[in-house]
Write a protein that binds this ligand. Structure first.
Ligand code: ZN
Length: 159
């Protein structure tokens, strides 16, 4: 390995252990017990505010990274809270406040939403990402690094 290859750089496959906390210290996501996240650096597979802070780290390097909502999951959008008729939901499903439902958008992609409120005839769904508007506090450690294969680069993701 050359010096450059031993640091996180464009097109490297990075193995990352991470813990994500919110402002109040609540852990909302962690790789602990699941194994490191593997991704192709520089391809937007992870949120931009995290990806840009990883450049130059080597295996074994840890870093505390604070990511603003703007560089994380974006601001909460008030217009992403929308009313849906109750009969749009499959029968037999008991809809409860806070539950996650999966919608399909016009292009056929799945999209998670959360039930915010039950009304007489309708259900108010929040289509914001659950971490929208949050400042994200990451503790990360790079645990592996390798060059991507040509096939991985052509596909734009890790195999
Ligand atoms: Zn592929």
């Amino acid at each position: 390995m050359t010096d450059e290859q031993s640091k996180v750089s464009q097109d490297m496959v990075v193995g990352l252990e991470y813990t994500l906390r919110l402002d109040d210290g609540e852990v909302v996501d962690t790789s602990t017990g699941r194994g490191p996240l593997q991704f192709l650096q520089g391809h937007g597979h992870i949120i931009p505010g995290l990806e840009k802070e990883l450049y130059g780290l080597g295996v074994g390097d840890g870093k505390a990274i604070v990511v603003s909502a703007a560089e994380g999951y974006g601001p909460r959008k008030p217009n992403a809270v929308q009313e849906f008729p109750r009969d749009a939901f499959p029968e037999g499903v008991e809809i409860q406040s806070g539950m996650a439902v999966q919608l399909t958008d016009q292009s056929g992609h799945p999209h998670m939403a959360f039930v915010q409120e039950l009304r007489q005839e309708t259900v108010l769904l929040d289509l914001n990402h659950p971490l929208a508007g949050e400042t994200l506090h990451f503790d990360v450690e790079v645990v592996s690094l390798r060059e991507a294969t040509e096939e991985e680069l052509a596909h734009g993701h890790v195999h």
